[in-house]
Design a binder for this molecule. Sequence first.
Ligand code: GLY
Length: 255
Amino acid sequence: MKRIAITRRVSPNIARCELTHLGREPIDLARAEGQHDDYVAALRTLGCAVTELPAEASLPDSVFVEDTAVVLDELAIIARPGAESRRPETASIAAALTPYRRCVAIQGPETLDGGDVLVVDRDVFIGLSSRTTAGAVEQVRAMLAPLGYQVHALQVADCLHLKSAVGRVGPSTLLLNPTLVDPGLFGDRTIITVDPAEPSGGCALLIGETVIYPAEFVLTRARLDDAGILTLSVALSELAKAEAGVTCCSLVFSG
Ligand code: GLY
């Protein structure tokens, strides 16, 4: 079975991105593009066949493809992003996913960002954030219950998305910031907490047995090392100014 990744090149207008919890800082486009190239190279190193969609000048946040869909083995849920400026991002993603999956769309007025959806085996954790509504969680539950998934709604505060706070780093291991999300919500899974000096360190992208992890969070990476978890560091500091983490820039699934 092939491992597929869908990415999209950085918009030349990323400086006009949505911001919720961060102040606006200048973004060096060439540096952001270079870091994104390195991220795509890391996906390839980990065995992904990468489909890179072209940059979209009119869609500043469109490099963050994770928010546009949730890809499961059985189907793809096409999101309806909470930020109105991001809704036109989904059409091209649905077209890219159609060869691989049946696509089912979230219906308005409800909204869902893929960054709020953490799938761990048959458990689907969905953050109720400023982007994702309880009604969208109910739509996902109706889609997935017949397929044997359990859908859990979680409150998310003080960060953009659920996956800003928690990431899967092993078959049954999660990395999280306990000040942003309650560790008790994830059953009997092993929890590794971020170093308190790195509150954004919970965002991690597990591919196979390796975690793509931000280069700047060295203290939390040492905790992953101590737990025997393999990491591949990437620098995404320019895209982080647009309120992004390592999961945001790809949709990874089995082809
Ligand atoms: N800038 C990423 C987002 O707000 O969706």
